[in-house]
Design a protein around this ligand. Structure first.
Ligand code: TRP
Length: 339
């Protein structure tokens, strides 16, 4: 088993990123490496060029994200942790795959439609070919499994289509160039919502900082944000069905469940019938005790630029070595002469 996944280096990691994606990466790293498999995780800094960006912010976010991933439990000794920009094979393979990917396939990608919105003419070419780079990211390493959120399923299907067509067109059945990767979408992939609005996803771009718990928040801040989180006047229900139509209550109970590794039913067994006056302090304390060690490691690592760059440097060297044979096979299959 070889798992490969990427994350865009946005600054300001929050509880939604941790419970939604990163914690799952850590779990998969632990499982896969225990079985003798491999895990590769990278910062998708090349993908960041698809939207307007500030160069200095991109560099800072890339390093900050490495600190966050390591603080959350990604172990650079066991996983290959790197950024795309230090492994030119990603960009090279994307170009080779551009000959195989079809306009019609990319035209169907919902993320492009969402992100370009009404301004399709003004969208960057990088935004349009974003999914081809994503295909290169995983095909380059012969990934067998790709942990992603539900929203990335379509891009993974495209990667499979590209791999399949490339193998058909340019390789023999006995020696395919690419492995078809399987998406792994965690069933309970926690969808953490804003603390101010139970119907909006927790997001770093929400103007209100009170809407999210940041990995950098200290104890007092976390307790205050939970205390002020939006709720309704009813006590907590005894069963999960009782949360229907109560998005804020459902979110807080969901966060408690995800953080403690228990089910919503179990949490309601304990807190059902009680008001938020009792539940919120319990939730606040759980968050503080779970996030404190991550927060401490993050703050320390973030300040050590030398250590962060060394992690990326070492990870990229391993990634380049792993990518080389597949990249060469793709060049050769296409009839490109490499002396
Ligand atoms: N597009 C992914 C996202 O926004 C990030 C990503 C880039 C990725 N390349 C990848 C995820 C390769 C999995 C595999 O979440």
């Amino acid at each position: 088993m070889r798992i490969v996944s990427g994350i865009q280096p946005t600054g300001n990691l929050h509880l939604g990123n941790y419970l939604g994606a990163i914690r799952n990466w850590v779990r998969m790293q632990d499982e896969v490496t225990a079985q003798g498999g491999q895990s590769l995780y990278f910062l998708a800094d090349l993908h960041a060029l698809s939207m307007p960006h500030v160069p200095a912010d991109l560099a800072a976010s890339t390093r900050e994200m490495v600190a966050a991933l390591v603080a959350c439990g990604i172990d650079p000794e066991r996983s290959i942790l790197f950024n795309q920009a230090q492994v030119p094979a990603h960009a090279e393979l994307q170009w080779l795959l551009n000959g195989t990917a079809r306009m019609g396939w990319l035209n169907r990608m919902t993320q492009f439609k969402d992100k370009s919105g009404k301004n399709r003419e003004g969208a960057s070419i990088a935004l349009f070919t974003y999914p081809v780079l994503q295909a290169a990211d995983v095909l380059l390493y012969q990934a067998t499994h790709v942990p992603v959120g539900e929203d990335q399923k379509q891009h993974l299907e495209l990667a499979r289509d590209i791999a399949q067509k490339f193998n058909n067109d340019f390789a023999s059945d006995l020696q395919p160039v690419f492995t078809l990767p399987e998406p792994i979408i965690p069933p309970e992939a926690a969808r953490i919502m804003s603390l101010r609005d139970g119907s909006a996803k927790m997001s770093k771009s929400d103007p209100s900082d009170m809407s999210r718990i940041n990995l950098t928040d200290d104890t007092d801040t976390i307790m205050a944000k939970v205390r002020k989180a939006k709720t309704d006047p009813e006590p907590l229900p005894e069963t999960a069905e009782g949360l229907t139509g109560r998005p804020e209550a459902a979110n807080l109970v969901g966060i408690y469940a995800a953080m403690s590794g228990r089910s919503v039913a179990e949490i309601l067994c304990e807190f059902g019938g009680q008001g938020f006056g009792a539940f919120k302090p319990a939730l606040g304390e759980l968050l503080v005790s779970s996030l404190a060690p991550i927060n401490a490691r993050f703050v320390e690592l973030r300040a050590d630029r030398g250590a962060l760059d060394a992690i990326l440097h070492a990870g990229a060297a391993k990634a380049r070595a792993l990518a080389a044979p597949t990249l060469e096979a793709a060049y050769a299959a296409l009839g490109l002469v490499r002396g």
